[in-house]
Design a protein around this ligand. Structure first.
Ligand SMILES: [Zn+2]
Ligand SMILES: [Zn+2]
Length: 273
């Protein structure tokens, strides 16, 4: 059984950095990792359209791993992501300010409040000091915190909504990255929100089957790459291998066909002009 320190979110960040940075992710840009995070979510959308929502839980550790890869591209080593998330979610909902040491122990706004985060910043900061003893030490603690502040019941429509929220936050993170030279806090804010919704997805399954994100991530990655079983990962196929479509896009013929498509598109384009 791993200790509490190794289950801290910052240590997951270091673990994934040690496994995947040296050979795989170091030369990939923020945008390439962002594309891989979107790709990791696509099977969830496919499972929703096929009405196999229960199978989404198998995907959660992979989504989490690519999210952590994105965090690794976004923050400098000295910054604690655990502190970043805590500074927005100090055991309260940052919008309706419900949670520990408040009048309402659970969120009453359900994300529908018109209050701007900016207006609550001072109060959120005070809660982060007042609730300091409750600060999560492990990934499991975060699952408990969000489960307490935002209690959700397992339902198919809830799972669909959570997957959509993750897509939404990834879109907002893309915007925040574009604007990062003007407002660095925006990027940290959006990364915290992606994390929150990934935890919400885990919690939605927890009701049904006792889903433990920490245990699932540990059993899949076990401090090494889940495919080549090495640390650092030495896989050579990760970037080349298509996994989302049944088409084989690897053969040489496809490259020739692709050129043909491009020629046809060019002809069509010229004709239109
Ligand atoms: Zn709320
Ligand atoms: Zn590998």
């Amino acid at each position: 059984m791993a200790d509490k320190v190794s289950q801290n979110i910052d240590n997951y960040i270091i673990m994934f950095r040690d496994i995947y940075e040296p050979v795989q992710n170091l030369e990939n840009s923020f945008h390439q990792i962002l594309a891989k995070l979107v790709e990791s979510l696509t099977p969830c959308a496919q499972l929703i359209t096929k009405n196999k929502i229960e199978d989404i839980k198998i995907r959660i550790p992979v989504i989490f791993a690519w999210f952590i890869a994105l965090v690794n591209k976004s923050i400098i080593k000295e910054i604690s992501f655990n502190e970043i998330v805590w500074s927005k979610y100090p055991y309260i909902c940052p919008y309706c300010l419900s949670g520990e040491n408040t009048n309402n122990s659970v969120c009453i706004c359900n994300g529908m409040t018109k209050v701007k985060l900016r207006e609550n910043l001072e109060k959120i900061k005070n809660f982060s000091i007042e609730n300091a003893k409750l600060k999560p030490k492990t990934l499991k603690d975060w699952q408990t915190l969000f489960g307490n502040v935002y209690p959700k019941k397992f339902s198919e429509s809830e799972i669909k909504a959570i997957v959509l929220h993750i897509y939404e936050e990834i879109g907002e993170t893309s915007e925040a990255y574009r604007l990062k030279y003007y407002n660095k806090a925006y990027l940290f804010n959006e990364l915290s929100d992606i994390f929150t919704w990934i935890i919400a997805l885990a919690n939605a399954f927890e009701d049904e089957c006792g889903y433990d994100l920490q245990a699932s991530v540990r059993s899949k990655y076990q401090d090494k790459c889940h495919i080549c079983k090495l640390k650092p990962c030495k896989c050579t196929k990760l970037i080349k291998e298509p996994r989302l479509t049944s088409e084989d896009w690897n053969s040489h013929d496809d490259i020739e066909n692709w050129s043909t498509y491009q020629e046809l598109a060019l002809k069509f384009h010229k004709k239109k002009i």
